[in-house]
Design a protein around this ligand. Structure first.
Ligand code: HEM
Length: 133
């Protein structure tokens, strides 16, 4: 008999990112850990920080025990739908664009002195030139 596994997109899972409603995605599975947050020995903040992304590495890096992994399975509500993945390149390039735009704005703010100095020097030179005549 086929098993019915509920599929969730990362976008959907990432909307559950609060203390009252917290989902994490680990190893292709989606876990609703809302009821466990207060009891989590590592604290609720680390789990909350692991929402909205693939938290497999974070989970593994914390060195969870076998019993922690067994407990985790009791919170499993489905699997990650990978059929329409977000194209990472698109995200990165759009992020880069905003980064450049922000840098440009920063530079213009920082280097306002340059055009002001150029104008100032031109005025002084103009004055000197007129006086010579
Ligand atoms: C389904 C989700 C999770 C369950 C059931 C769970 C369960 C546990 C348990 C039982 C421990 C105690 C040590 C052990 O037995 O291994 C623990 C520790 C810890 N967990 Fe989780 N955890 C979950 C998710 C996460 C996530 C997503 C993170 C993100 C980084 C995390 C970070 C930590 C940390 C840092 C500790 C170490 C606390 C310490 O030793 O001071 N856990 N967790």
């Amino acid at each position: 008999m086929p098993t019915l596994t509920k599929l969730y997109t990362m976008q959907e899972a990432s909307q559950h990112n609060s203390k009252e409603d917290c989902w994490v995605v680990i190893d292709g599975k989606v876990y609703d850990v809302s009821s466990y947050l207060d009891e989590h020995p590592g604290g609720d903040d680390v789990v909350l920080a692991a929402t909205g992304k693939d938290a497999t590495d974070d989970f593994e890096d914390a060195g969870h025990s076998e019993s922690a992994k067994e407990l985790m399975e009791t919170f499993c509500i489905g699997e990650l739908d990978t059929s329409s993945p977000v194209i990472p390149e698109l995200e990165i390039s759009s992020k880069k664009q905003t980064d450049y735009a922000q840098k440009l704005v920063g530079l213009t703010k920082q280097y306002w002195v340059v055009p002001v100095a150029v104008v100032g020097i031109s005025v002084v030179l103009g004055f000197l030139h007129l006086r010579k005549k």
